[in-house]
Design a protein around this ligand. Structure first.
Ligand code: ADP
Length: 182
């Protein structure tokens, strides 16, 4: 059985070249600050136009769900917009919603035939999710998804692109832990 390569790197997700980039969007798909703003700036206005179409069709995207647009000028084939939870202290279902973001994005990526997928650290910026916990949820959810996925739909490569050094340190530390505990 061929395994999926999982890695964490430091960088700007807009510079990544693979099949699909995941965007940490807002539920109106309006583009905003952080990684969302960077993706819209780098990808150009075609992305916002497609987001407006999705808004007209279905009102946007609910937290935990994912929708696809074209990548505009980005060097990938698909842009997957998922909406992370806004951290409200942890008792508003934030952890479940964050896990659903990773699952919905991977499911959509599989439907699109994407073999490589890059994630930002969803919700850990403006939305205020504690970074260490968000990292654990991301790694666990991706590992569980891969364990349950049919081999033909499993991507070859998943990359966590950390913009901040502290996030990369958390991923490196927690991935090591994962390897040790199998
Ligand atoms: P959210 O609203 O989901 O918290 P943010 O964009 O504010 O979204 O932050 C999510 C994560 O994306 C943060 O860790 C932030 O540092 C990171 N980030 C910001 N710009 C980029 C970028 N160009 N590439 C990758 N990650 C980025």
């Amino acid at each position: 059985m061929k395994g999926t390569g999982i890695e964490a790197i430091r960088g700007d997700i807009t510079a990544w070249g693979g099949d699909a980039i995941v965007n940490a969007a807002n539920s109106g798909l309006f583009g905003g600050g952080g990684v969302d703003g960077a993706i819209h700036r780098a990808g150009g206005p075609a992305i916002a136009e497609e987001c407006a179409e999705i808004r007209r069709r279905q009102g946007g995207c609910l937290p935990g769900e994912a929708v696809r647009t074209g990548p505009g000028r980005l060097g990938v084939r698909h842009l997957i917009h998922t909406v992370g939870p806004i951290w409200k202290g942890g008792s508003a279902g934030e952890r479940d919603i964050l896990a659903r973001c990773y699952r919905s994005s991977l499911k959509l990526a599989a439907e699109l035939g994407a073999r490589s997928v890059a994630f930002p650290n969803i919700s850990t910026g403006i939305y205020g999710f504690p970074k260490d916990e968000a990292c654990g949820i991301a790694l666990r959810t991706v590992a569980d998804y891969l364990a349950a996925a049919a081999e033909e739909t499993r991507p070859e490569e998943i990359v966590f692109i950390c913009f901040e050094a502290d996030n990369l340190a958390l991923y490196e530390e927690q991935m090591e832990h994962f390897k040790q505990s199998g």
